[in-house]
Write a protein that binds this ligand. Structure first.
Ligand code: NAD
Length: 457
């Protein structure tokens, strides 16, 4: 029997399978929209904490939403996939797709397991909606997997609905997305998702329905574009560092062209996190599998430029300290971006760890990323405060643009350090203020400017 829109309940009950950064946010946001939601994870500790209203990671506005809907009774959590199969009419898949160990491709083990488990457990007609970022071709393969494992009397419709949320703005992006994309080959899934996203659709949010392949590709195309834009400006930063020039002015000037735009043109230590790096590598791997070896070759360079930024900071640190061995270096920021505690593939943490490996006395401070950083690199020295990290520093590296760091007063900070030397790895500080306060100010994309030299001019 072909499943039809009328076979799905009018006010569908939702499950979200995988309650990490994406899934926990999606679950709480769906409860906020008025749905009954069950979050499912294989990690009992995570589920226990979420059930108590304790968010296992940092995301602005999410703790309040979590508490609100545990109280409203609309949001519950479980480790039981059987419970989810009996409960849900629409099941969102939000498990991880990390980079495979030693390879560029995406590890689809978790998605395959989650889809198979929920399809096997579903006791009544339902829709399974993939949200994880997956290699093109996965949705069609998974649809076949669903058909092969589901109970014979249960009809399951299938869709891919990629997620575009930004960590740090995850709640806002989920409740007010800038577009919704649904890949499906039957109306049931599309009708069900129109109901889920009715509020956003009423506000004229573009609701783009398409085939599986386009939906999968939209997500990786967006991330490949953003990564390319960052590496594009960073490649020019390499040039201005060599010949002179100011990368910020260059970015401002080209950014005025509406076809280019200023966003994502901040030169610095480059991109990181749980998405961009692995997504561009997975895209290259997938396209190679398809026999299109040269098609995404430019992404290899995008990745290389990005990784070279980290080496550049380390080189600059060596030259400013006459070798980093035993030098006190304050590293400000370990997360891959501000307003998140995510340190996955973080340029800041990578630089801190490498400097430590080269003998530097690294003092690290991050407003929210200390716990996750310490899990990865327990031997770094984690300072209690910004001031403690700066105390006696011979070099300061600003590597994540937290507000607290952007607002530092160069005059006050100067009283704490041993040497007034700073590398602005994110191009966020007011250069003039720092130089006026007597600092030896360096930024990526800027030829070295020394306070002493300026004084001579
Ligand atoms: P995450 O690692 O924070 O969370 C994944 C969760 O899935 C974990 O809690 C894990 O225990 C759970 N899990 C694994 N296997 C499971 C199973 N069989 N059943 C139930 N739970 C299971 O990952 P994330 O950052 O939330 O990313 C999830 C997906 O969303 C990835 O594909 C990612 O690329 C994509 N995505 C992430 C973001 C983001 O900003 N984090 C944005 C857009 C898309």
């Amino acid at each position: 029997m072909k499943i039809t829109p009328s076979t799905i309940a009018n006010s569908p009950r939702l499950t979200v399978i995988g309650t990490g950064y994406l899934g926990a946010t999606h679950a709480a946001a769906m409860a906020e929209l008025g749905f009954e939601v069950l979050g499912v994870d294989v990690d009992p500790d995570k589920i226990e904490r979420l059930s108590r209203g304790v968010l296992p990671f940092h995301e602005p506005d999410l703790p309040e939403l979590l508490t609100k809907h545990l109280s409203s009774g609309r949001l519950k959590f479980t480790t039981s996939i059987e419970e989810a199969g009996a409960f849900g009419d629409i099941h969102f898949i939000a498990v991880g797709t990390p980079q495979k160990e030693g390879e560029g491709g995406a590890d689809m083990t978790y998605v395959d397991e989650a889809v198979s488990a929920i399809a096997t457990s579903a006791t009544h007609d339902c829709v399974i909606v993939g949200k994880s970022t997956v290699p093109v071709g996965s949705a069609r393969r998974l649809q076949n997997l669903v058909e092969s494992v589901k109970r014979p009397n249960v009809n399951i419709s299938f869709a891919w609905n990629p997620e575009f949320l930004r960590e740090g703005f995850a709640v806002q992006d989920t409740l007010q997305p800038d577009r919704l994309v649904v890949g499906a080959d039957d109306d049931t899934a599309i009708t069900a998702l129109r109901e889920v996203y009715a509020e956003a659709i009423l506000r004229d949010t573009p609701f783009i329905t398409t085939d599986f392949e386009t939906a999968e590709l939209v997500k990786v195309a967006a991330n490949a574009f953003l990564a390319t834009k960052i590496s594009f400006i960073n490649s020019f930063a390499e040039v201005t560092e060599r010949v002179g020039g100011d990368i910020r002015t260059l970015a401002d000037a080209i950014g005025h062209d509406a076809r280019i735009g200023r966003k994502f043109l901040n030169a610095g230590v480059g991109f990181g996190g749980g998405c961009l790096p692995k997504d561009i590598r997975a895209l290259q791997a997938r396209v190679s599998e398809l026999g299109l070896d040269r098609t995404m070759a430019f992404l290899h360079e995008v990745d290389n430029i990005n990784l070279r930024r980290r080496e550049r900071v380390i080189d600059v640190a060596h030259s400013l300290t006459n070798g980093v061995n035993k030098k006190k270096i304050a590293v400000l920021g370990t997360t891959f971006k501000p307003n998140s505690d995510d340190v996955r593939d973080s340029p800041a943490l990578d630089i801190a760890a490498r400097l430590y490996g080269q003998g530097a006395d690294v003092r690290v401070y991050d407003p929210k990323g200390m716990e996750n950083s310490a899990k990865r690199f327990p031997r770094l020295t984690y300072s209690e405060s910004l001031e403690a990290a700066l105390e006696g520093a011979e070099l300061v590296l600003l590597l994540t643009e937290w507000q607290e760091f952007c607002e530092m007063d160069p005059v006050q900070i100067a009283l704490l350090v041993d040497s007034k030397t700073i590398v602005d790895g994110r191009n966020v500080l007011n250069r003039t203020n720092w130089i006026d306060a007597g600092w030896d100010y360096h930024a990526l994309g800027l030829k070295a400017v020394h306070a002493a030299e300026v004084a001579l001019v």
